[in-house]
Design a protein around this ligand. Structure first.
Ligand code: TK8
Length: 341
């Protein structure tokens, strides 16, 4: 039994613990000790890597130090596909893959891989952060995953070790690694490449040993994965925009209280704004650094981009049907709305 002064000290002690971490609100909240393993494919100095460090700090702070996020970088605990299945199995709590590797499981996510959909980041944000993006995330729980929000991988650019690609025909015959889904494969074959699907974790070696000639990824990824060491030519094609989906294991999510869920949800949004800003503010500087490191950077004239678009038209038609014509129309309508505003 506690006496009165014991009770008082107990209360003061509890308050002293709660106050530095946001005061009365977190004192009242239903938060338990949680440990969250979060793995990504990219390196620590990529905006995504810095984003997950920030995410961990936010979760720590909001939970009064109870929820701990432990980060793993550079595919240290598996590639995207492997980590997604670890989430489904409940042996890993979080990962943030590009949406493309999810397509084997939820084919509709392939809609984001259709080339030349988005023109600007403003359109991207409007669609992903709006009802369309949300609707896509709602497909995840049926597969044992919960999607919190979208971060930025970015507009993808083509690199290779053989020749400067400045026109559509230059892609002809290049062996290009693509993300692991059939739409991506067909798009690059449609552009004239020999497309080779491969996990991102194997890509550096494949480029180094010239198992493939090229690959395509956003500028920050090309740098943080050091592809400039093994790729001479970079073409500014912006052919697709890759979102990152912030995923939580549903098995883990279902154990969380409302307060704990809200912490992760809010931290996803704060982390997103931070990560997107880093990626976007860094693009021009990183491109300069890539040039200075010896990469030859080529612009691709609008007329040639239009030819590329023309070449892949049949692929887009085929897959927009496969992913659902209504879904595709809805996406187009959302983009058109964003374009006007
Ligand atoms: C990182 C991947 C990567 C993606 C790819 O895990 O596979 O090319 O762009 O960033 O998600």
């Amino acid at each position: 039994m506690m006496n009165n002064s014991g009770k008082m000290w107990f209360l003061i002690g509890a308050l002293a613990l709660a106050l530095p971490f946001g005061g009365a609100a977190s004192y009242a909240a239903d938060i338990q000790e949680r440990s969250i393993k979060l793995g990504i494919g990219l390196a620590e100095d990529h905006p995504q890597g810095m984003g997950i460090k920030r995410f961990a700090e936010i979760v720590d702070k909001k939970s009064g130090g109870k929820m701990k996020v432990k980060n793993y970088f550079s595919g240290a605990i598996g590639d995207d596909v492997k980590m997604v299945s670890a989430l489904q199995g409940g042996v890993q709590e979080m990962t943030i893959p590009s949406t493309a590797p999810l397509v084997g499981m939820i084919k509709e996510f392939g809609i984001f891989d259709l080339p030349f959909l988005f023109n600007s980041e403003q359109e991207v944000d409007a669609v992903l952060d709006g009802p369309f993006g949300q609707k896509m995330l709602e497909r995840l729980p049926a597969k044992g995953l919960v999607g919190l929000c979208y971060w930025e991988n970015g507009f993808r650019q083509l690199t290779n070790s053989r020749r400067a690609v400045t026109k559509a025909d230059d892609i002809q015959g290049l062996k290009v690694r693509v993300m692991q889904n059939p739409a991506y494969l067909d798009v690059f074959n449609g552009l004239g490449a020999n497309a080779v699907p491969m996990a991102f974790t194997e890509l550096y070696t494949a480029l180094e040993t010239r198992t493939v000639d090229g690959q395509e990824n956003p500028i920050p990824t090309i740098q943080s994965s050091k592809f400039n060491e093994v790729q001479k030519y970079l073409s500014l094609t912006r052919h697709t925009y890759s979102p990152f989906a912030v995923l939580v294991s549903k098995k883990f999510w279902d154990k969380l209280s409302g307060d704990e869920k809200k912490i992760l949800q809010d931290a996803c949004i704060e982390g997103r704004d931070y990560e997107r800003k880093l990626a976007r503010d860094g693009n021009a500087r990183i491109l300069e650094e890539l040039k200075n490191s010896g990469m030859q950077v080529s612009e691709v004239p609008p007329a040639e981009l239009a030819r590329m678009r023309e070449k892949v038209k049949p692929v887009v038609e085929k897959y927009s049907k496969e992913f659902g014509e209504d879904l595709y129309k809805e996406l187009q309508a959302e983009i058109a709305k964003a374009r006007k505003s």
